[in-house]
Design a binder for this molecule. Structure first.
Ligand SMILES: Nc1ncnc2c1ncn2[C@@H]1O[C@H](COP(=O)(O)OP(=O)(O)O)[C@@H](O)[C@H]1O
Ligand SMILES: [Mg+2]
Length: 367
């Protein structure tokens, strides 16, 4: 059952900015939904409306099948953790955790139990007597999480809670949060602008751009079958290569034509493509689908492209190489030990089985 439903939510601020545009989302019980998109796309506004801190201009929000538009934040049983968490500086960690429970006049013995349990879960038992200013950034963030967890809310909202931490700690906390999600059997909405964070945490990812939800799917689907050009370009590092061109038919075979290159479309993928012949399209080709070696001999459909090596970036576990071929620039990724030499030519095979085609005008995926 859906714990949380956003039904056609729109938010227009008084300055005329439409921060959130006709958003529909459903979050199931015990689900972790990752809401990801570039800065300014409307993520925080969406969370604030769920929490009741902001009123939608139109649309309905349901929690547990009940319309909650008119319910105050306190009545919604939601805990929100922000990027800039504010701990009470004059209170110990223990009192920071216990604060909201005391406000609810909970039995002191019960409070002690819940605070201790939460502290253990987050590995902060040893600092319960300390004041926040003496803590590291990572510890403070744990306390902020603890304050949300201790209440055992029906729904957790996280707004980029890890972005103040350094990369190493962020990766560690990310894993811990995923673990907490399972352990607490909690329902969570987690907001981030970081595609890698979204991919690594996501069971279900909602991609947002310009106030609109672009796609909701699992990470593999998002990567392999992006709904549109925006989603294809947002995920993947180095990013997907785009080539502008058109679909052409030669002797009953279909090709994507760009510059003087004719990329054969795999026959297995012809269905539904006929109507796009002679239309302007964009081809998306992920860096790992450009390979060296005898692609065709291995039965793959594709095209050899003679390319000039421009830049080589050895990353340790892999090597990223930038090429140019005629009017086209593109990037590909290879195993760590490659034989490329800058300014020399390389014969690359563009494997077409995993290529993506988008309508240039609508930017929606067509293949
Ligand atoms: N209180 C506000 N008044 C006017 N415009 C706002 C307000 N809050 C956010 N915005 C605008 O709404 C858009 C979405 O903002 P926000 O929800 O904060 O995006 P995100 O969290 O994805 O970065 C931005 O263009 C932002 O400038
Ligand atoms: Mg934000």
């Amino acid at each position: 059952m859906s714990i949380l439903v956003l039904d056609n939510i729109t938010k227009e601020y008084p300055n005329g900015i439409r921060a959130v545009d006709s958003v529909c989302l459903e979050i199931n019980d015990q689900e972790l939904l990752i809401l990801v998109g570039p800065s300014g796309c409307g993520k925080t506004t969406t969370l604030r409306m769920i929490a009741g801190l902001e009123d939608p201009s139109s649309g309905s929000i349901y929690i547990d099948s009940e319309r909650v538009n008119n319910r105050s934040p306190r009545e919604r049983n939601i805990a929100m953790v922000f990027q800039n968490y504010a701990l009470y500086p004059h209170m110990t960690v223990y009192d920071n955790l216990a604060f909201s429970l005391k406000m609810h006049h909970m039995d002191p013995a019960k409070i002690r139990l819940l605070v201790t349990e939460t502290a253990q879960m987050l590995g902060i038992e040893d600092i319960l007597h300390q004041k926040p200013r003496l803590l590291s950034g990572g510890q403070q963030q744990r306390v902020a999480l603890g304050r949300a967890i201790v209440r055992r809310p029906q729904l957790f909202l996280f707004d980029e809670p890890l972005s103040n931490l350094d990369a190493h700690l962020r990766a560690k906390m990310r894993t811990e949060l995923s673990r907490l999600h399972t352990r607490l059997e909690a329902t969570m909405v987690y907001v981030t602008h970081d595609q890698i964070e979204a991919m690594s945490m996501g069971e279900k990812i909602a991609v947002m751009n310009k106030g609109k939800i672009q796609q909701v799917a699992d990470p593999i689907t998002i990567y392999d079958r992006p709904a549109n050009k925006f989603v294809a370009g947002f995920f993947g590092n180095p990013p997907i290569n785009f080539f502008e061109g058109e679909l052409v038919s030669r002797d009953n075979n279909l090709f994507f034509a760009t510059g003087d290159l004719l990329f054969p479309i795999p026959v297995a993928r012809y269905a539904g493509l006929e109507r796009f012949v002679n239309r302007q399209l964009v081809m998306g080709m992920r860096p790992e689908n450009i390979v060296v070696g005898e692609g065709k001999k291995n039965g793959h459909c594709g095209l050899y492209v003679s390319s000039s090596v421009e830049v080589i970036e050895p990353m340790g576990c892999e090597t990223i190489v930038y090429f140019s071929a005629g009017v086209h620039d593109f990037v590909a990724r290879f195993e760590a030990h490659t034989e490329f030499i800058v300014n020399e030519q390389a014969k690359l095979f563009f494997s077409m089985e995993k290529s993506l085609l988008f309508d240039k005008e609508t930017e929606q995926i067509i293949l």
